[in-house]
Design a binder for this molecule. Structure first.
Ligand SMILES: O=C(O)CCC(=O)C(=O)O
Ligand SMILES: [Fe+2]
Length: 259
């Protein structure tokens, strides 16, 4: 892919202007390289959560800002590219969360924490998945939001308690193919919860980036997973997915405690 600026309006999906899906943002070779780096790290880098594990890069996200740690060159390469090609970040992306999901794992509907600049960019690797955007009531305060030390929005848990009455019908599902980049900002960032069902089968009926369904079919065929009509309307997750959530924490804490 050439490294010029992308015309993001060409990649908007659904009726929200703030949901952008870019297929093939990286090549398969780049994906391979990233996976190599991700799995090369020591086991201690991984933090095990109940339904996924993650690596936190860039430092510790606190309510008051980021206690920074320099990103490794292999992550800077990709975050710089996201910044240069989207021009959506006012300064360099300084935080990356790498999530790994087994086929029956997901992430509860949540809103990303307030420490982040309200643009999230998510690079998907290795295996497709469906991500759901669900509107939440504006009246429901999220003031209790905090970021946990490892940078995971604590609202992951809280937001799942959103009452059914608060949920409207305008849900969006996006099929995230390997090598794609999803960006959400503004309304999609602030008025919607996003989540991935912890189920080995994801429905495709509500998917709004329909053109990816053809690619999914080809992807399945190329991996010779069993096809069949019943599978057309759903995604059978058969392998591990890895994602890189790349964000900017605008406030960087400089006065570190010295020992
Ligand atoms: O894995 C994904 O696509 C979503 C990750 C996410 O929502 C997050 O890291 O906050
Ligand atoms: Fe998130």
């Amino acid at each position: 892919m050439d490294l010029g600026r992308l015309a993001l309006e060409d990649y908007v999906v659904g009726s929200l202007p703030t949901l952008v899906y870019i297929p093939n943002f990286i090549t398969e070779a780049e994906q391979f390289e990233l996976l190599h780096h991700i799995y090369e790290v020591s086991a201690a880098r991984w933090k095990n959560l109940k339904n996924r594990r993650l690596q936190n890069w860039g430092g510790v996200v606190h309510e008051k800002g980021l206690l920074p740690q320099e990103l490794p060159p292999w992550l800077i390469k990709i975050t710089q590219r996201i910044c240069e090609q989207t021009l959506l970040f006012p300064s360099a992306i300084n935080h990356v969360l790498i999530n790994e999901y087994f086929p029956d794992q997901g992430i509860m509907p949540h809103q990303d924490g307030p420490a982040y600049f309200p643009v999230a960019s998510i690079l998907s690797l290795q295996s497709p998945v469906v991500i759901d955007f669900t509107p939440h009531s504006r009246s429901r305060p999220f003031s209790e939001e905090r970021s946990t030390p490892e940078g995971v929005p604590s609202t992951s848990e809280q937001a799942s308690e959103v009452e059914k009455d608060d949920l409207k019908d305008d849900q969006y599902s996006i099929l995230l193919m390997p090598c794609s980049l999803l960006i959400f900002k503004d309304q999609a960032y602030s008025d919607y919860l996003h989540g991935i069902q912890d189920s080995a089968v994801h429905g495709l009926d509500k998917v709004i980036n329909k053109s990816e369904l053809t690619k999914l079919k080809e992807w399945k065929e190329s991996r010779s997973t069993t096809g069949g009509k019943s599978e057309e309307r759903c995604l059978n997750r058969t392998s591990t997915r890895v994602s890189l959530t790349c964000r900017l924490v605008p406030k960087v804490l400089k006065n570190l405690v010295r020992f």
